[in-house]
Design a protein around this ligand. Structure first.
Ligand SMILES: [Zn+2]
Length: 396
């Protein structure tokens, strides 16, 4: 009996101070890229927590009971969509974690889960790059109920930010390569990054002073941009259409002319596969380490194909080819598809246009010819205007 009492006393003594102990927050993990990030935080027990958004800069804030943080500094290195992480005591009994995000984002989930194979709990937060409008809408929603901080604002489907009342169609033009990544090189020394930028600027100017279509460029200078950064810019701009401009090289001698690519899990043919492989190398050419789980990539691709967006991409690709076939030379079967990383925005219809092959002397000369460029741009602008009309006409 005495022995049992002693045990109870020992347990009691052990338990009571533990309840007042600060929460132990002992691990932080982050995975993803500039378009999507998963953040996992480990706790010794289930905490009471609340999260909310702040703007200027865009932040995700998680409020916790007073906590002792023991994070590995390497795990906190900013990367992908997350530009900074701060944490610490707010006031007695309260601690806070702040994730600073590179521009507007949407929260897909913030869940507290019991660990399956080890003691403790973990918080899993998924955030994705989104338009300023989507972020503002989430802010407004969290502010709506009067009183204290709000737990989860209703998620809705943040992958498809609702179109706001404004009818402006946002075109994002993405000049391929840039900076340290020169892209392909022409037979007489032309660099792909220069051709794509010059063409993109000219295409942008085709919409100057025309109401209804606003143009955003992923780059407007000779600078390097990761592929996922290009997708992030498109999503955060609230793009209605994303057009990536390229001018590749090819081993096959006889092939020349323009090609329009959309995304697909399996490449439509060997030429398309080779093109996607080369374009996807852009990050590693620049020495950027892009670790990727292949399975996850495959899942993303399958998911993309299911979405309505993909139908819009294919529709636009076909209409673009119809317009261009009147004015410029296209390769045989000019609509092809493969797993281009830059075409991965799940909610933005996206195409990649290979204007021609820098490895082909005639194509190279054409790409540098003002008349040819003007014709190609007229056709592209016409296809874009038609697409914008259709989408706005259909209520976005
Ligand atoms: Zn390229």
């Amino acid at each position: 009996m005495a022995c049992l009492l002693l045990v109870l006393v020992v347990i009691g003594m052990h338990v009571r101070p533990a309840a007042a102990d600060p929460l132990s927050v002992h691990a932080f993990r982050m995975a993803g890229d500039a378009t999507r990030m998963r953040v996992v935080v480990e706790f010794d027990r289930e905490p009471d927590f609340q999260w909310f958004l702040l703007r200027g800069p865009h932040r995700l804030v998680v409020d916790l009971p007073e906590s002792s943080f023991a994070f590995d500094s390497e795990a906190l290195e900013p990367r992908g969509l997350v530009s900074n992480i701060r944490y610490g005591k707010l006031y007695d009994g309260h601690s806070r974690m702040i994730l600073e995000v590179k521009g507007p984002f949407a929260v897909e989930r913030v869940d507290m889960l019991r660990n399956e194979t080890s003691p403790g709990y973990r918080m899993v937060a998924d955030i994705v790059a989104a338009s300023e409008e989507a972020f503002e809408a989430a802010l407004a929603e969290q502010a709506a109920p009067a009183g204290s901080a709000v737990k989860a604002p209703k998620a809705g489907n943040p992958e498809v930010p609702a179109k706001t009342g404004d009818d402006t169609f946002t075109l994002v033009i993405d000049p391929g390569h840039g900076g340290i990544d020169g892209g392909a090189e022409g037979v007489s020394g032309t660099q792909e990054k220069d051709v794509t930028l010059a063409f993109a600027r000219q295409l942008r100017d085709a919409f100057k002073d025309k109401p209804g279509i606003s143009v955003v460029m992923t780059r407007d200078g000779d600078r390097f941009l990761r592929l996922d950064e290009r997708v992030r810019i498109a999503r955060q701009a609230g793009a209605d259409l994303f057009v990536s401009i390229h001018a590749d090289t090819i081993r096959y001698k006889g092939i020349r002319g323009a090609t329009v690519y959309t995304i697909s899990e399996r490449a439509s043919d060997a030429v398309a596969k080779a093109a996607a492989d080369r374009e996807n190398l852009a990050d590693s050419v620049a020495g950027v380490d892009v670790a990727e789980d292949n399975r996850q990539v495959a899942d993303i691709l399958v998911d993309l194909m299911r979405r309505e967006t993909h139908g819009f991409s294919v529709g636009f690709a076909r209409s673009l080819i119809r317009e261009m076939s009147d004015t410029v030379q296209l390769i045989k079967n000019p609509h092809r598809s493969a797993g281009f990383r830059v075409l991965r925005a799940p909610d933005v219809p996206s195409v990649l246009v290979e204007l021609g092959y820098l490895s082909n002397k005639k194509d190279e000369a054409q790409l540098l010819d003002a008349d040819w460029r003007a014709r190609a741009i007229d056709s592209m602008a016409a296809a874009i205007r038609r697409f914008a009309g259709l989408r706005n006409g259909a209520g976005g």
